[in-house]
Design a protein around this ligand. Sequence first.
Ligand SMILES: Cc1cc2nc3c(=O)[nH]c(=O)nc-3n(C[C@H](O)[C@H](O)[C@H](O)COP(=O)(O)OP(=O)(O)OC[C@H]3O[C@@H](n4cnc5c(N)ncnc54)[C@H](O)[C@@H]3O)c2cc1C
Length: 433
Amino acid sequence: MLARPEDTAALLEQDHAGDGDTWLRLCEEYARLRDPLWRALLTAWPPVAPLPTLLRRIGVTQLPDFARFALLPASQMGRELFSGRCAGEILAGNAMHADIPPGAPGSGMDGWLMTMLAQDVGVPSPTGGTAPLAEALRRRAEAAGARVETGVEVERVLVRGGRATGVETAGGRRVRARRAVLADTSAPALYGRLLDRDVVPAGLHARLERRFTWDLPTLKLNYRLIAPLPWRAQRARGAAVVHAGRDLPGLVDWAADLGAGSVPDAPFALVGQMATVDPGRAPAGGEALWLFTHLPRDARDAGAVEEATTASERMLDDLAPGWRDHVIDRWRQSPADLEEADPNLGEGGVAGGTMQLFQQAIWRPTTGLGGARTPVAGLYLGSAATHPGGGVHGGCGHIAAQLALRDARWWGRPLARAGVGATRRLQAEPPRW
Ligand SMILES: Cc1cc2nc3c(=O)[nH]c(=O)nc-3n(C[C@H](O)[C@H](O)[C@H](O)COP(=O)(O)OP(=O)(O)OC[C@H]3O[C@@H](n4cnc5c(N)ncnc54)[C@H](O)[C@@H]3O)c2cc1C
């Protein structure tokens, strides 16, 4: 669904005079930077090729302020740019799609990018849910000559002479890899389970064990309703996704509770109303509703899940009184359920690890060269565990595939050897800092 910048600006202008113009200015700045900015974000780190164009578009004299803008916490960005309440809440609510607290550096950029993408291209949602997206990928791979097998667990990555030579499945079948193994797994699974311990440098083990941080555990409640959710707020009716439950100061409190390890009394939640964009997913005339919130990292047991469920449903009582009368049934996915369904969702996190700055770029999943390179030749990590992280953007797999293809060329081989060697050296010793 695409909301035009002018429509958003008109609403923000009603909230506070001048905020509409500021919004349009932000959209214009985004449009100027968009192409090189996304190329820089969705390419291997460091983004050497798109950087000159990006820097030229930003302008030398504006660069220090752009760098500052990129580091702003969402709460500060809203306060600096706008005089009213609503624009800052849009930025902060969008920032909360990742797990960077609204008072932490980088969350503002996250909110700005999400919001600007929504204004620019909308928020795409595949008809029929995510399964058709996976099917489309399968069709495309098969059309290019690939053989796709699903439902087969890989238990080991085989390595000989420091090079990945294939994989072994749970059934004991060995699949040889002539050129490369691309792992779409979590970092702890690849380095801690799938590879023999002695092929992984000691310093990488140390960093993973002591430092690697999952993103916040997720609780997802799914409902079938006989009628749309009876929101008090008219504008929430018909919106595909609603940021519900907390205003900006409330978001700061909510994130602080999560950081302190307690289940927040009142949650912040993303609430999806799929019938608004894809009625086929809901009962006729009704709604396919999901509610997505987080638990603290250290409190995600059954008791915490129950507490957060109760708080989330109480929130809906306040925002959409009478909603319970519409419920046909509920299906709950706790952090443990999510991880059981997909081992990449460690501790119920959905982004392959925290998206905070300390675990981004060359620090994702742990200190290295950034991107898909691993310390084993011919083995690439192409999941959300690597830069640019979680989300259905395909960037991580694309970067891994590009690197594997480059390494396989005659001129890429010396670069590959140098890259693996540098990675091994960087990760040989445990960190002193
Ligand atoms: C409920 C939910 C809602 C989300 N909503 C959004 C959203 O609206 N927008 C957005 O951009 N992102 C969203 N995300 C996040 C996004 O889905 C993930 O960040 C993204 O899918 C990560 O991609 P990936 O390739 O790293 O891992 P995955 O998509 O998890 O794919 C990894 C696949 O590999 C399989 N696998 C793992 N280990 C093995 C093994 N050893 N052997 C064989 N197979 C294995 C897994 O089962 C899985 O099928 C959501 C995530 C969840 C869970």
